[in-house]
Design a binder for this molecule. Structure first.
Ligand code: NAI
Length: 479
């Protein structure tokens, strides 16, 4: 704590650099800046206590400061152990008007390269307020939401189940943390769950968890699925990845991508961006899919569609984008080419069998630099694994660029305002934002790019059965 602000970041002295990059990012985030102007005198988030768990990057700093500009109090942690940009974290703590000696910003608990214990400690600190708890959660991947839900569940039961041999390291650490707090018997998580008006969730994987909770009737508060705003998943997941996938591979390895064979597992929104990213560098791209529709899309886009086991001998780069588990198993890794690159860009590292790799008899790990490891098999052949299997665009590079995140985060801010101000109107289910707001977010960003939007005539609008001012599509339209 300094100047009354609690924080745990790598180095507050990095704040000046962070502030400079935040200033440049603000210009590239017209959606967030427009929301600041629109609500300048209104403070719709006054009284909101937002606990946020989302990659603590420069772009997220602009999101946090937008929430503050709209009246919210905020506490923040990163949703991945490798994704924090330390200068951004420092700048948020210091704030636009503070100094490292006298910070005036927001409590942040995040640094690049946390251990799992530290990660869950940061998440808990982010949810632990003085006095009353948080009344809003902003989540990416659902870890903060899971902590509150599991905490409540275990408090009700009075025990935390002990891990068995199938429990992942991540979940083991999570259970340890909860054991301690449930044993303290303060009802901490139950109280937080009761105080939260709603959660807004950023990504595909977190949204899946929310729908599972809602289906089981276990959701403790209403949720807005931000991911499935069109201006989120059809832009961030796709065009963001198109930018940040090769950024991560380049910064991690500097291997020429042109001419190489790259395999992209999954051809959803992220997979489409990933394949385009690699093709743009001249790679020969092969796609694996389980869904015939997405597989056919890949084929129509000009990619070969194959099974992973049939392309291991030729792949120079393998990237998973599925949001599923066990996609590349250690037996696949053992059959990859010498010095082939393996990385994941989906939300969790369980897409790659990292546990199996660590246990492989005779395996050796050589750390080339942080977030780049060479794993040497007993026969002398090695593979290069990026970010220990965690999302490599944020582990090896700096994630998506500002402009695309401005789309995503505009939806986040709108969703926070909606749930904070109108929570009584929402049941404990998962909702999406109205299309009109999606179109508004798109319009702001189109304008910033100098795009000219054609205006419908009244007659044309009647002919296609829409309003002149939109929404311009039905809800089932797929873009
Ligand atoms: P999506 O659902 O659109 O795409 C996933 C695709 O993977 C689907 O088409 C599915 O059929 C396919 N798939 C599932 N299991 C498979 C398997 N075993 N083999 C091959 N294909 C398989 O989801 P989206 O939006 O593309 O997100 C994917 C992941 O990326 C999620 O975990 C999401 O949270 C994450 N994400 C990461 C970002 C980043 O910056 N790193 C940005 C946005 C999303």
């Amino acid at each position: 704590t300094r100047n009354g602000i609690e924080f745990a970041v790598a180095d507050l002295e990095a704040a000046e650099f962070g502030r400079k990059e935040i200033r440049l990012a603000e210009h590239e985030m017209p959606g967030l800046m427009a929301l600041r102007r629109e609500y300048a005198e209104v403070y719709p988030l006054r009284g909101a206590r937002v606990s946020g768990s989302l990659h603590m990057t420069v772009q997220t700093a602009v999101l946090i400061e937008t929430l503050v500009a709209l009246g919210a109090e905020v506490r923040w942690a990163s949703c991945n152990i490798f994704s924090t940009q330390d200068h951004a974290a420092a700048a948020v703590v210091v704030g636009p008007h503070g100094t490292p000696e006298e910070p005036k910003g927001v409590p942040v608990f995040a640094w690049k390269g946390e251990s799992l214990e530290e990660y869950w400690w940061c998440t808990e600190r982010m949810l632990t307020w003085d006095g009353e708890g948080p009344n809003m959660i902003l989540d990416d991947g659902g870890d903060a939401t899971m902590l509150v839900h599991k905490g409540t569940e275990f408090e009700k039961a009075g025990v935390v189940p002990s891990p068995d041999e199938d429990t992942s390291d991540e979940f083991r650490v999570f259970l340890q943390l909860l054991s301690a707090s449930v044993a303290a018997d303060t009802g901490k998580w139950t109280k937080i769950g009761e105080g939260v008006r709603g959660v807004t969730e950023e990504t595909t994987t977190g949204v899946l968890r929310l729908y599972q909770l809602a289906a089981a009737g276990e959701l403790l508060f209403p949720a807005i699925n931000v991911n499935d705003a069109v201006t989120k998943s059809k832009f961030d997941n796709r065009y963001g990845i198109r930018h940040s996938l090769i950024d991560g591979i380049n910064r991690g390895t500097d291997v020429l991508i042109g001419g190489k064979v790259a395999v992209v597992c999954g051809y959803g929104d992220v997979g489409k961006g990933a394949a385009e990213s690699l093709r743009g560098q001249g790679a020969r791209v092969i796609v694996t899919e389980i869904d015939p529709i997405c597989a056919l899309q890949a084929a129509m886009d000009g990619y070969q569609v194959k099974r992973l086991e049939n392309v291991l001998a030729e792949a120079d780069i393998i990237i998973t984008t599925t949001g599923n588990k066990d996609v590349v198993l250690v037996e696949h890794m053992a059959r990859m080419k010498h010095q082939a690159i393996l990385g994941n860009i989906g939300h969790f590292d369980n897409e790659l069998d990292m546990a199996g790799l660590q246990r492989y008899p005779g395996i050796r790990r050589i750390t080339i630099k942080p977030q780049v490891d060479e794993w040497v098999f007993p026969d002398g052949k090695s593979i290069i694994v990026l970010s220990e299997g965690r999302l490599l665009n944020l582990g090896n590079a700096t994630g998506h660029p500002s402009f695309v995140m401005s789309n995503s985060f505009s939806n986040q801010v709108i969703a926070q305002i909606e749930l904070f101000t109108k929570h009584e109107e929402y049941d404990k289910e998962v909702f999406r934002l109205p299309k009109k707001l999606d179109e508004k977010v798109a319009k702001i960003h189109l304008d910033a790019l100098g795009g000219e939007l054609t205006k419908l005539t009244k007659e044309q609008a009647e002919y296609i059965d829409v309003d002149v001012e939109g929404p311009f599509k039905t809800d089932h339209y797929r873009y």
